[in-house]
Design a binder for this molecule. Sequence first.
Ligand code: PEP
Ligand code: MN
Length: 361
Amino acid sequence: MTSDIQIHDHKSWMSKGQPYYFFGPCSAESLEQMRKTAEGIKRNFEHVVYRAGIWKPRTRPNSFEGYGEKALEWLKSVKEEFGFKITTEVANPEHLEQCLKYGVDIVWIGARTTVNPFAVQAIADALKGVDIPVFVKNPINPDLPLWLGALERINGAGIKQLGAIHRGFHLSENGPYRNYPRWDLAVQLKAHFPSLPLICDVSHISGSPKLIPQVAQKSIDLDMDGLMIESHHDPTNALSDAKQQLTPEKLFQVIQGLTPKSSESENPEFANKVETLREKIDALDVELLEQIAVRMDVAKEIGAYKSDNRVTVLQINRWKQILDQNMKNGKSLGLSESFIYDFLNVIHDESIRQQTDEAND
Ligand code: PEP
Ligand code: MN
């Protein structure tokens, strides 16, 4: 399904800082914590959108759920004292109403809300007639249409200052990450809505300071428009997400260590060189698809033969053998194990589909 959104160019409404930085604590804990953290950030950054959770979506009850309205007072006073724009998560129309009352500049919809179209629509309805930038985090599960749908609902309410935040996905196997990045889904979102600003929530993908530099650099390499990173003046004693927050000093070191990239180069030779290489890639892609089509024709032929002989489509030992030999071969060709694995699975899945179609003819 194709769709479109009507938005304003984000360069006209986001801060002048390039890229966009959303820094600040996971949660607003006290005026002192908010001030100390803001002070540390201000030492090295001028144009920052200061983030802090006011209402915290927690998995289990009886954990710290944010200080609500009184925390909005602290957020507002950081805005006044340090001149930062301020942002927080809203999960329902009441949150939005309070944010507007306290001068919150930007709101975002959290991952646990994006999964629920009723909740998103309720916020969208409350946004009608309101002119405030809204960012939508990806849903917890790797479901691109849900993410697109939430953006469309908010845009449908007339919000033209719209953006997205990639915070990773909770899978059964998250590898070293707290939330698996599934960068491919962020790229697909960009392909759907190229003009939509996309910010990477590095903290919730990483889950620990160790991974933050590489995740941040990766998002820059994918031409994302900014970074959300949680920062706390005293991370160890934070009331939420203590394991992943950086002190403002550490945050500055991380940012300094990143290599900025831009989507174009001023070097005139660059375009020619890339053009030549792209022509090669295009030719190889044509060849690759032709070869895959030939492979599928052979698979179909086998499928018909199996069907005539009442033999099952799936032959598990044969599949294991294909995996085994190609994993070895691919590795010796310098391809990554996870790539070969995923690639073979997609091919095999399509072969099975072709063979079952054949069997069902
Ligand atoms: C957060 O930003 O503190 C937060 C709760 O994020 P998410 O909705 O991505 O879990
Ligand atoms: Mn957090």
